[in-house]
Design a binder for this molecule. Structure first.
Ligand code: PHE
Length: 338
């Protein structure tokens, strides 16, 4: 039995040297220490030994078991370490490789211009106010001195929804909402989406307007001209000239359409401005007393002026884009240029 134990020890230690995986180690462990393992078998046979033999063999058996346990433990540790190193090597990152450039999104060109417009008016003390895209006929038309039988309603090519609702055709309804919520004085701009049934080189069914409204004890037309001239020069350059042409809007009186000198030809006349030297950029006027009455402002106490401009129109002039529909075709080759 002594020889048997020695043989088991040598054999097991030899076998351990060749073990390369934790699975192989486990099956080797079962071979020696398992319920029917070789070492276990010998230990079980101890009972049959004589009293004299027992202490000596027992000691040897314990020694062999201890040696083998230690040897198994150290192989276990070696294999665990190897496994961890392999894993680390497999997961390692080559930090010397050039990185992949992230693609950054940018503001849409129309939004870039809208932001510039907002900055210019903020600097002049205007607050930014917004209102809903879905409006009632009251806010979009009636309160703005445009009753149902008014011919100006036809000019708007409105998208009507159900229950007297519609997609707002301009941002002017927010004039009414703002005055309902706030006592004068008032100085606001209203950026936002508008909708009209229209589609050609200078119209898309959805577009953006920036409305402006200033109401005070004595807001004059000359102030309106000053504000708009300052705006146009900041957007289009110091040399920009302006001209006010008489026009009609139901909610302003007097009203004007405002042109700037063509930035392409400096007013000499070119294809961009149809040879006139001027391009229209907005509508404006003094607030009609009927509008003040609709919001319970006293027209004898306050006066005001308002203006409204198309953001796509201004963007197309600044970026020299002849057809504004391209803004909404979402062609990345176009959009990436801004
Ligand atoms: N709402 C007008 C339009 O849609 C623009 C405008 C706004 C004109 C304010 C005068 C005053 O064209």
């Amino acid at each position: 039995m002594k020889a048997e134990l020695e043989a088991i020890k040598t054999e097991a230690l030899q076998a351990l040297k060749g073990v390369e995986t934790l699975d192989a180690l486990e099956s080797l462990r079962i071979t020696y220490f398992g319920r029917r393992g070789k070492l276990t078998d010998v230990m079980k046979g101890m009972g049959k030994l004589s009293k004299e033999e027992r202490p000596e063999i027992g000691k040897l058996a314990n020694e062999v078991r201890a040696t083998l346990t230690e040897a198994f433990d150290s192989v276990t540790e070696r294999l665990h370490r190897q496994q961890r190193e392999q894993q680390l090597a497999a997961e390692s990152v080559d930090i010397t490789l050039p990185g992949r450039k992230p693609t950054y999104g940018k503001a849409h060109p129309v939004m870039q211009i809208l932001e510039r417009i907002e900055v210019v008016f903020r600097q002049m003390g205007f607050d930014v106010v917004i209102g809903p895209d879905v409006e009632t006929e009251y806010y979009n038309f009636d309160a703005l001195n445009t009753p149902a039988d008014h011919p100006a309603r036809d000019l708007h090519d409105t998208f009507y929804l159900t229950d007297g609702h519609l997609l707002r055709t301009h941002t002017s309804p927010v004039q009414i909402r703002a005055m309902e919520n706030q006592k004068p004085p008032l100085r606001i701009i209203v950026p936002g989406k508008c909708y009209r049934v229209d589609y050609d080189v200078s119209h898309t069914p959805m577009f953006h307007h920036v409305e402006g409204l200033l109401v005070d004890k004595r807001a004059t037309f000359s102030e309106l001209k000053g504000v708009l001239t300052s705006f146009a020069r900041q957007m289009f350059g110091d040399q920009t000239q302006m001209r006010f042409r008489p026009h009609f809007f139901p909610f302003t009186e007097p009203s004007a359409e405002v042109d700037i000198s063509c930035a392409v030809c400096q007013g000499k006349g070119c294809r961009s401005c149809g040879g006139t030297g001027w391009v229209e950029i907005l509508g404006a006027g003094a607030v009609d007393p009927a509008v003040f009455e609709a919001v319970n402002y006293d027209p004898d106490e306050v006066t005001g002026f308002a203006f409204g401009m198309g953001v796509e129109r201004i963007a197309s002039l600044l970026f020299r884009i002849p057809d504004i529909r391209i803004f909404y075709e979402n062609d990345l080759r176009f959009l990436r240029q801004f």
